[in-house]
Design a protein around this ligand. Structure first.
Ligand code: 5GP
Length: 120
């Protein structure tokens, strides 16, 4: 099961400006910033501004406006980073088996090199 939302998680602290992040986009619904430990030439995280622990929590409890705004932000970030021509990957880890480290819903955007197929 999902833990309750912890307002002290690192992405909540980034949202509050308590920890710096290299932002690439911010709007009413989402914040996007470079991953601190990049796994590709482009590795950006996109997070909703609301308090959701995972994709499951977000899909179940966010408003339609939050969901639309978040996914539009994901597309906007990929486009503005110049990834649309060459392609990119989006990924979200959910829970223990997926190795989710930060309990605030986030989507990874990977790009800038050939990624190869990545299925478990
Ligand atoms: P997860 O495993 O939860 O899907 O991914 C968490 C991601 O957050 C990892 O790729 C990790 O490098 C990144 N990360 C963890 N702490 C910080 C931080 O303080 N700042 C930034 N920019 N990224 C972080």
């Amino acid at each position: 099961g999902l833990p309750p939302y912890d307002p002290q998680n690192i992405f909540a602290r980034i949202l509050r400006g308590e920890i710096p992040a290299k932002a690439v986009h911010e709007d009413a619904f989402a914040l996007a910033f470079h991953d601190i430990n990049p796994q590709a030439p482009v590795h950006v995280l996109v997070i909703p501004k609301g308090a959701y622990v995972s994709q499951a929590d977000f899909a179940a409890h966010a408003s339609d406006a939050e969901i639309a705004g978040f996914w539009r932000a994901v597309g906007h970030v990929a486009r503005t980073l110049g990834l649309e021509a060459t392609g990119y990957r989006i990924l979200s880890n959910m829970g223990e088996d997926a190795g989710q480290e930060v309990p605030h819903f986030h989507v990874h955007i990977f790009g800038g090199r050939r990624l190869g197929h990545m299925l478990p």
